[in-house]
Design a protein around this ligand. Structure first.
Ligand code: SF4
Ligand code: SF4
Length: 85
């Protein structure tokens, strides 16, 4: 997005920009290990992990691959893998 000198960026547009393309690693949840505690949902700074019918799912359209969810998962159910580009 090009912003003109003195321009004002329009607010409320975050859903229009899928920032998941910034990612070089992606979190993968191992559902055999996951205990459903919800810690990953609480710590995700981009708010992209949600309980969907009792299963925690990641919205990769906006996940930036920071790895915080994997770091905080107490049963190591989330693995960060390199993205295929
Ligand atoms: S933090 Fe780990 S165990 Fe807890 S819901 Fe997330 S993936 Fe599952
Ligand atoms: S890698 Fe970061 S942005 Fe992506 S789901 Fe985990 S905590 Fe959220």
């Amino acid at each position: 997005m090009k912003i003109a000198l003195g321009g004002v960026v329009r607010g409320g547009t975050s859903l229009a920009y899928e920032t998941g393309t910034w990612r070089d690693r992606k979190p993968i949840i191992d559902y055999d290990l996951c205990k459903g505690c919800g810690v990953c949902e609480e710590v995700c700074p981009d708010n992209v992990i949600h309980d969907v019918n009792g299963v925690y799912a990641i919205d990769y359209g906006y996940c930036k691959g920071c790895g915080l969810c994997a770091y905080e998962c107490h049963v190591n159910a989330i693995e960060m893998i390199f993205e295929a580009k």
